[in-house]
Design a protein around this ligand. Sequence first.
Ligand SMILES: Cc1cc2nc3c(=O)[nH]c(=O)nc-3n(C[C@H](O)[C@H](O)[C@H](O)COP(=O)(O)OP(=O)(O)OC[C@H]3O[C@@H](n4cnc5c(N)ncnc54)[C@H](O)[C@@H]3O)c2cc1C
Length: 319
Amino acid sequence: MLDVVIIGAGPIGLACGIEAQKAGLSYVILEKGCLVNSLYNYPANMTFFSTSERLEIGGVPFTSLQSKPNRAEALEYYRRVTMHFQLQVRLFEAVQQVQPLHKGFEVTSTKATYTCKHLILATGFYDIPVRMNVPGEDLPKVTHYYKDPHYYAFQNVLVVGANNSAVDAALETYRKAAHVTMVLKHDDIGERVKYWVRPDVVNRIAEGSIKAYTNATVAAIREQEVDIQTPEGLVTIPNDFVIAMTGYQPNFDLLKQLGIGLSDDNKMHPQYNPDTMETNVPGIYLAGVVCGGLDTHVWFIENSREHAVLIMQQIAAKV
Ligand SMILES: Cc1cc2nc3c(=O)[nH]c(=O)nc-3n(C[C@H](O)[C@H](O)[C@H](O)COP(=O)(O)OP(=O)(O)OC[C@H]3O[C@@H](n4cnc5c(N)ncnc54)[C@H](O)[C@@H]3O)c2cc1C
């Protein structure tokens, strides 16, 4: 019987492991992919909006040559932190089922079964894209995970979305000679776009280097063209690839299976006590971006690192 099982080896799951270790608790971190799997799957050239010290966990300094670190530096950092603390991480081991016991939980993964007194869900939101629900969305030329711009050189690329991921994809592919069109749901590029990037995309749109349809949505995707619903009517343009940066959402099925309440407005906020991070199911805690429901911009590494400390104070006191 472990004191705690942590699901997810993202930055916040790792932070929970560090705090568990510091408190002398027995624990294991189960991760369905590689270490910091979400970060690994981020765009290859991605630069964080946070400065490196705000991404630190366990008090280990994160040095970066630039003011904002990039993905490669972050992968290196979190791997070194894992090695430094010799964290009990089991990789490529997805949690499939959690059963309540008389006192605690039985956690079944793809490789083993564990019993624990407490469970922490640090499962993030990056696994499940928000779909456009349009015909053709499942064609191989459509992706919800943009990786690298070279692939799109000389191609007609449609980028859907107006926030950081969409803007990065649009600018990078444009600079590798793709013919880029953006579809923006509202009338402008998002306000939360990194302040040093926003003028770049606004100017590219203004000069016509990147074509943008505002107050528009994708209506249908076919092999060689896409339909865009604009205020002026339906527009059809040639298209080779669609990069749908329409956001991601937490695994609500898992939360429901565990009995965690979700708000019945359209935000689906999970029910938990912000002072302890314990959910309405005693013994189950939430940590990291999973806490935000569909408000995925509310929690990020910077401000959810502290969840690990809050949770472990509670668990250590109980144990
Ligand atoms: C492009 C991009 C840029 C960002 N830039 C910043 C930034 O500059 N600063 C910042 O603070 N935040 C940033 N964020 C947000 C940040 O990445 C997230 O806040 C961070 O990853 C959250 O950490 P987490 O540990 O809560 O979740 P994640 O990092 O998503 O980790 C969750 C882990 O759980 C695993 N998992 C899920 N289900 C299971 C299961 N059933 N069994 C086992 N494992 C499971 C996943 O594989 C994943 O590794 C950015 C996000 C994106 C998409």
